[in-house]
Design a protein around this ligand. Structure first.
Ligand code: PLP
Length: 379
């Protein structure tokens, strides 16, 4: 029996999403740019997928641009926003706990001469909205703050950042990496006041290889890829119709299930905290109360990689932090200033709407076993 508790890394593709992809590949396989019936059918399917994904995000279909992944959306948003503001200045505000898909393009701009203010979280991973406001300058052209941190589940003050930008009259565009927030916490780009929003399919039961960038209506950004003019000329390349169809199916399901999923995951997280306290009293819950699907914990004095392997041998899958920087200590947990014994033992448990108490019980039993089996080998 396997217990998959690493849904912030990726999710299982839902049956409906897999079926939608198969149908798009086998039946409606035309090129949406072709003028004959099969092409028009693919174009219609693409339009209806765009309508479904934009409805789940809460924006207009013409504000949604399909990408290949969240990383692509983040890179595009950051480079295009910098290019858009180049006459206004070269200052960027972001946080120390962004995903590498934001930090790396920001660092690339820094090497090109941009000045970057990295906001530091407090001990529980929260970023003070007053610090965002204090960082804004007349030459700030981009504020990029993730909606939900992928390792902590904490919510960043995106709406308050938007308010501060408008209040001060700062020219900055506001980007939010909502890869971990989409269909996990309720929001719309408009409610957040964001100009650019990144989402990704594989975190919401769609396959890998598809995502989208929201670009606020009226904002004229430079294209990511030039070529045949797909995606309204902004991201050329024959559309990934199968992945997009699956993304739309996952969005329809995710939207319909959102309230129920949030309630289930919130209850399951509370259950996990209670069971952990009973089974492994020395386990420390690092933060609780942000997005419902992420529970970061630490088993002080244990090594998280060793624990991940031990749990995996017992069919329980969790992450030792973000799967994106295997082996290296996570910059996110490091930014919290955790003591070394806590930092070493960090595990990220992450749920989906289908996770069960059974999964949590298996995790707690395996951790209790790990404590007995592994302790003598560790100092
Ligand atoms: N941003 C966040 C917050 C993420 O958690 C991830 C993936 O882990 C990404 C961006 C990158 O998304 P993708 O894997 O679709 O490139």
């Amino acid at each position: 029996m396997e217990h998959y508790l690493d849904n912030a890394a990726t999710t299982q593709v839902s049956q409906a999403a897999a079926e939608a992809a198969l149908a798009a590949m086998r039946e409606g396989f035309g090129n949406p740019s072709s003028g004959y019936a099969l092409g028009r059918q693919a174009k219609d399917a693409l339009n209806s997928a765009r309508a479904d994904v934009s409805a789940a995000l809460g924006c207009a279909p013409d504000e949604l641009f399909f990408t290949s992944c969240g990383t692509e959306g983040d890179n595009w948003a950051i480079h295009a926003a910098a290019a858009y503001g180049k006459r206004q200045g070269k200052h960027i505000v972001t946080s120390l706990i962004e995903h590498a898909a934001v930090l790396e393009p920001v660092k690339a701009l820094e090497r090109e001469g941009y000045e970057v203010t990295y906001l530091k979280p407090d001990k529980s991973g929260l970023i003070d909205s007053k610090a965002v406001e204090a960082a804004l300058r007349p030459d700030t052209v981009l504020v990029s703050l993730m909606l939900v941190n992928n390792e902590l589940g904490t919510l960043l003050p995106v709406r308050k950042a938007a308010d501060a930008i408008r209040r001060i009259g700062c020219p900055a565009l506001l980007h939010t990496d909502a890869v971990q927030g989409f269909l996990k916490v309720p929001f719309t780009p408009k409610e957040l006041g964001a100009d650019l929003v990144t989402i990704s399919g594989h975190k919401i039961h769609a396959p890998k290889g598809v995502g989208a960038l929201y670009i606020r209506k009226g904002l004229k950004l430079s294209p990511l890829l030039r070529g045949g003019g797909q995606e309204n000329g902004l991201r050329s390349g024959t559309e990934a119709t199968a992945q997009i169809a699956a993304f739309a199916a996952a969005c329809r399901e995710g939207k319909a299930r959102l309230a129920g999923d949030i309630a289930c995951m919130t209850a399951l997280r509370a259950y996990a905290v209670k069971r952990l306290r009973e089974a492994v009293p020395e386990a420390v819950v690092l933060t609780e109360g942000g997005a419902p699907h992420i529970l970061p914990i630490s088993l002080p004095n244990y090594k998280s990689e060793v624990l991940v392997r031990f749990l995996s041998d017992r069919g329980v899958y969790v992450s030792s932090g973000s799967a994106c920087h295997r082996g290296k200590p996570s910059h996110v947990y490091a930014a919290l200033g955790l003591p070394k014994q806590l930092l070493d033992g960090v595990l990220r448990v992450s749920f989906c709407g289908g996770s069960t108490e059974d999964d949590v019980n298996a995790l707690c039993a395996a951790l209790a076993e790990a404590k007995q089996a592994l302790f003598p080998t560790l100092s």
